[in-house]
Design a protein around this ligand. Structure first.
Ligand SMILES: Nc1ncnc2c1ncn2[C@@H]1O[C@H](COP(=O)(O)OP(=O)(O)O)[C@@H](O)[C@H]1O
Ligand SMILES: [Mg+2]
Length: 357
């Protein structure tokens, strides 16, 4: 004889893939019928046309089938009413990331110019933090030059929009949002400056992020409006500055960093990317983009140099394939990101002003 508690315990392990919470906690389990060894449950989905219907059904079936001694398993799917949905959002997701008491550490990844690896660092740092057990979101703030969807393998995936709320797209255990998932066929975004602030606000307040430990922002290059909007909407957010080892690149990155002095944002540290090419055959290091830029910038800003990430083939190919090297990589790069994640997690724990050397 199966008892109800066993069934509920099993269902508690099934998560809604978009909301990242158990279907029990989300009050989606509507009916449990037990007949000897046979179990029938009814689950109310967020909407009748929920695209994740089959995934959820399969997870429920698989989990119920693992109950010792269980016989036939039947899953019936229904849908929440708009009132039930509103109640669920209000009860579980009411506190936005912009609330002053939000527990989420928001970290903007910035650089003076494009192509230095901001998006690569954002996505892989996020993935490495996720791998270490944190709840992580990634918000692509590079509206004109979005590249996050491709890097995490969600190109062309349309987010679910429910009652004016946008559900972040699940990718590798993270929650991801990018304008790239709203525009058709990768078409370019042509809005003017003031629209950017509106989009950022909407992405921060209308996206159902839930409780995150970290939200990483992939900022556009330079010191534009977006950086100011971020500082205004998220005054407690911190920054990571990415540069290549080229000393000129560090000079440009420094100008981007100077802005944080005006906005009073704390810089957690510098990440030097493309530090040296590590030969996959012999391990020899070649400093293709020069040396010393990261160190120089860190000294100038009086913040720690948090990582020197090598230039590797793996980082580029896995990025193109949509599986971050921090998750799928086997070499030095995955290790370097794991280390960076540990340092970042430690740095945000320190009170402001203690991050420098
Ligand atoms: N450490 C690295 N090793 C190899 N390729 C890299 C590395 N960092 C970035 N890349 C590649 O360089 C290109 C630019 O990186 P990207 O992260 O898009 O820069 P940004 O966001 O600053 O414009 C991408 O094709 C990316 O895959
Ligand atoms: Mg980018």
């Amino acid at each position: 004889m199966i008892d109800r508690q066993q069934v509920m315990d099993a269902l508690a392990e099934v998560h809604d893939p978009e909301l990242h919470k158990s279907i029990v906690e989300l009050n989606m389990v509507r009916d449990v019928q037990i007949d000897g060894r046979n179990v029938k449950v009814t689950v109310a989905l967020k909407t009748a046309g929920c695209p994740l219907k089959d995934t959820i059904r399969r997870s429920v079936e698989e989990r119920l089938a693992r109950i010792p001694g269980v016989g036939r398993v039947e899953v019936e799917l229904g849908a929440m009413t708009p009132e039930e949905r509103a109640a669920m959002f209000a009860a579980k997701f009411s506190s936005p990331i912009t609330a002053p008491d939000s527990k989420t550490q928001v970290i903007g990844v910035a650089s003076g110019k494009g192509g230095v690896g901001k998006s690569t660092v954002t996505v892989n740092l996020a993935a490495a933090l996720r791998k270490q057990g944190y709840a992580v979101g990634v918000l692509d703030c590079d509206i004109y030059g979005f590249s996050v969807p491709r890097m995490v393998g969600i190109e062309g995936v349309k987010p679910t929009v429910l009652d004016g709320k946008i559900l972040p797209i699940p990718a590798h255990g993270m929650k991801v949002m990018s304008i790239g998932n709203f525009v058709p066929d990768n078409s370019p975004v042509i809005w003017r400056g003031p629209m950017l602030g509106k989009i950022l606000r909407q992405f921060l307040t209308d996206v159902v992020w839930g409780e995150l430990d970290f939200l990483l922002l992939d900022l556009p290059p330079g010191t534009g409006d977006m950086a100011l909007d971020v500082a205004q909407l998220l005054p407690n957010s911190t920054l990571l500055i990415v540069t290549t080892p080229q000393v000129v690149a560090a000079g440009v990155a420094s100008r981007a960093a100077q802005m944080s002095f005006k906005t009073n944002q704390r810089i957690l540290g510098v990440v030097e990317n493309m530090s040296a090419f590590v030969c996959p055959c012999c391990g020899e290091k070649t400093p293709i983009f020069g040396e010393g830029g990261g160190q120089k910038l860190a000294e100038e800003l009086n913040v720690p140099l948090l990582a020197q990430l090598p230039l590797t083939m793996e980082a580029r190919t896995l990025g193109d394939e949509g599986t971050p090297v921090a998750i799928a990589g086997e070499g030095v790069m995955a290790e370097a990101f794991a280390e960076l994640a540990e340092r970042v997690a430690a740095a945000v724990q320190q009170p402001a002003g203690q991050g420098g050397k």
